[in-house]
Design a binder for this molecule. Structure first.
Ligand code: ADP
Ligand code: ZN
Length: 714
């Protein structure tokens, strides 16, 4: 008897479930109506695809995106799932064949668009079969509170009534509580179960950097992503056209996409991107809805997005295959002013909402201290509590020293007070810097004692300081004009001359570490990718339908030499092995022969679902004699991540082998090492900061992490 787990492996070639896939599948199989909310790339499709292979009767999938159906059906078929669709893109002959296969039960999975549900032919077809599972994809479309309401989704309620025995599975990536409730009540879920996966996308590296020379910065970024796919978002159509043309001239493979282009051109450009014929799409935000391209390796925001939600959705289009992807936002204040200007032309609620959205994205962009994931996930009602995500610019930045900013802080806070707590940061800064602008003169603020005492810092630096003071809780912003008020904490600080530590913004930020990409053989990857492209073009499907990038990356990292080993690669199930196994094996073998490379064994570790336990496995393997370097290759993560796992392992009370391997990870002299160990013995190993300070801030946090581990292992 096949189980969900065996189907996952044999049919789809995956070792473990993503979060909540198993729970959703089990609920569906138990006949309970289920609502599943997962971020893009979370793996919603498997939640009905696996049950469809286990249930007696048909699984119907209602999805609004006809354009995607064809690819999805192809994808299912290459994996050996009997899936069909019925829609207007089929020839009458194909339509008839598909009808027949649904009727005689040879098709287990049927994709339909909502508007066709009640056409005569479909209606009569559905009355002849047994419906086991009704799946509603993009289920938020049923709710008027959603951002994408579709009236035709309302008909789904009637379908439910006609098939009271069919289980219903609603899936979406949009998660507001109101929409959730609406979906359940519209669909008359009685005793339902709800699963909400985390919206954190661990594989996305998130970076915001000041935009100085947008084009130059974009080009040097793209040079690091040679031959890889990605999206560049711009604010205006004109910008899109210009940038796309410029990139093309510079020899990049790029095409534009925006609503001003002819329909045909738009479609062709999108298709070229999905099929890997072109690497880069330069687009307005119109691009992305309803395209399923799992291997976008980067998303650049060339201009500031209008809201955090939009931004998160856009960067979410990178790395849907779960491999690392890089998201870069180029930020500068003139973009903010431009958007403010647009907003100033609006009125009423619309204006207020747009201002709030803009303030939020500005705050997010200017935050140089907190993990980027915190504010992003907070938007989806999630609290991100890890200290260091290791995949955002702020978390991977060299620890920046805090300096004494008491004096400028006092100047700023007093000026807020003197101007009556009735103005925003811009005006306060003008007063501090001794501006003679109209507003300053109108209020007579040139007569204040704080007038002109702040010439030592630039306007930008004052604005930055103001935001820091807000984040530290000294100031509070309120109202449409972001009026600043002192908090009791600020009054107290002024009164007691409390020392305040923080940062004064430098003109340019230090260059930041970019995480290593995966450790795999790029030359072999290029060969396999080429092969995949040939096969895809022959079959006239997008490349990912054959194999995902992840599969090719694993092949180029482990060099499988037999079909048995190929089967261990992520995404290789029985059907794909039969169809493509030999073809790829031949390429790999011939490459390995001419380069004298041997197979590396893949130990299939359980990916995400067991991620919380990975430190245990890493710790045990380390104790069994594996080097840190080997472990980092095996898990395809940075050595720093392995060190963190070991810290967790040791902190949980497991003895850790004290090897020379640890010492090799640091460049500290024996004396420095001894000092650090002593400091850890004195101050404990829970926090790094006290030790950092005790050692006069001379030893980097990276080195301290290693030293902590050595201390723990002794
Ligand atoms: P969603 O519809 O939620 O955006 P998909 O169903 O398209 O996500 O899945 C995204 C990608 O992740 C696909 O390439 C899919 O094959 C892959 N995937 C899904 N589940 C798993 C899993 N358990 N292990 C590995 N890859 C998976
Ligand atoms: Zn972070």
């Amino acid at each position: 008897m096949p189980t969900p787990a065996s189907i996952l492996k044999d049919t789809f070639g995956y070792d473990s479930f993503h979060p909540y896939q198993r729970e959703i599948i089990e609920n569906v199989l138990a006949g309970r109506d289920t609502l599943g909310i997962m971020p893009t790339g979370g793996g919603k499709s498997l939640c009905y695809q696996i049950p469809s292979l286990m249930l007696d009767g048909l699984t119907l999938v209602v999805s609004p995106l006809i354009a995607l159906m064809k690819d999805q059906v192809e994808q299912m078929r290459t994996s050996g799932v009997p899936a069909v669709m019925l829609n207007s893109s089929l020839s009458p002959y194909e339509y008839q064949i598909n009808m027949d296969s649904v009727r005689d039960g040879s098709a287990k999975l049927l994709y339909l668009a909502p508007e066709t549900l009640f056409t005569g032919r479909i209606s009569s077809l559905l009355s002849q079969i047994e419906l086991a599972l009704l799946t509603i994809d993009e289920a938020h479309c049923i709710s008027e509170w959603g951002h994408d309401f579709r009236p035709e989704y309302r008909q789904l309620m009637d379908v439910r009534q006609r098939y009271p025995n069919a289980t219903c599975l609603a899936l979406t990536a949009t998660a507001t509580p109101r929409v959730r409730a609406d979906i359940k009540s519209s669909l008359k879920f009685e005793q339902s179960n709800e699963f909400i996966a985390s919206f954190n996308r661990e594989n996305l590296y998130i970076e915001v950097t000041p935009k100085r020379d947008g084009i130059g910065q974009t080009i040097s970024f793209l040079e690091k992503f040679k031959d890889q796919s990605g999206i560049i978002y711009c604010f205006s159509r004109r910008q899109v056209d210009e940038l796309a043309a410029y990139l093309k001239m510079k020899g990049f493979s790029a095409l534009p996409y925006h609503a001003g282009l002819e329909r045909e051109t738009r479609k062709a450009n999108q298709e070229a991107f999905v099929r890997d014929d072109v690497q880069i799409i330069v687009a307005t935000i119109a691009f992305g809805m309803g395209i399923n391209k799992p291997n976008a390796r980067f998303v650049i925001h060339y201009d500031l997005p209008k809201s955090v939600e939009g931004y998160y959705q856009e960067i979410g289009r990178a790395g849907r295959d779960g491999l690392p992807a890089h998201c870069l936002l180029l930020y500068n204040y003139s973009d903010v002013s431009k958007l403010r200007y647009f907003i100033s032309q609006k009125e009423g609620t619309e204006k207020r909402v747009a201002t709030e959205h803009l303030d939020a994205i500005v705050n997010y962009s200017e935050d140089e201290i907190n993990c980027r994931r915190k504010p992003l996930l907070a938007y989806f009602g999630e609290t991100y509590s890890d200290d260091n995500c290791e995949t955002c610019d702020n978390c991977t930045a060299e620890a920046r020293e805090l300096i004494d900013i008491t004096i400028p802080s006092q100047k700023f806070l007093s000026c807020v007070k003197r101007t009556g707590e009735r103005f925003g940061a811009g005006h306060v800064t003008d007063v501090l810097r001794g501006s003679k602008n109209k507003k300053v003169l109108r209020y007579g603020h040139e007569n204040l004692s704080t007038y002109g005492i702040g010439g030592d810092l630039t306007q930008k630096q004052w604005m930055h300081l103001s935001r820091q003071l807000t984040q530290m809780g000294y100031l509070q912003k309120s109202g449409e004009y972001s009026v600043l008020n002192l908090t009791p904490q600020a009054i107290d600080a002024l009164h007691n001359r409390t020392q305040i530590m923080g940062h004064i913004q430098e003109d340019e930020r230090q260059s930041r570490k970019v995480p290593e990409t995966l450790n795999y053989d790029q030359a072999l990857f290029a060969i396999l990718r080429q092969k995949r492209k040939e096969l895809a073009d022959e079959a006239s499907v997008p490349p990912y339908v054959i194999f995902s990038d992840k599969t090719l990356v694993e092949m180029s990292a482990y060099y499988p030499q037999s079909l048995e080993s190929v089967l261990k690669m992520s995404g290789v199930g029985q059907a794909k092995l039969g169809r493509y196994g030999e073809i790829f094996l031949k390429e790999i073998k011939s490459y390995c022969e001419s380069n004298g490379i041997k197979e590396k064994e893949k130990i299939s570790f359980r990916e995400r679902s067991d991620k919380n336990r990975r430190y245990m496995i890493v710790g045990e393997m380390y104790n069994a004699g594996e080097s840190i370097q080997n472990l980092s290759e095996r898990y395809q993560v940075q050595t720093g991540t392995i060190v963190n796992h070991l810290v967790r392992f040791a902190s949980a009370g497991n003895p850790l082998k004290n090897g020379t391997d640890l010492q090799a990870q640091t460049s500290l002299s024996p004396e420095e090492q001894a000092k650090a160990i002593q400091a850890f013995e004195e101050l404990g190993t829970d926090f790094l900061r006290p030790v950092f300070e005790k050692l006069n801030e001379k030893i980097s946090y990276d080195d301290l992490k290693i030293m902590r581990l050595i201390a723990l292992s002794q």
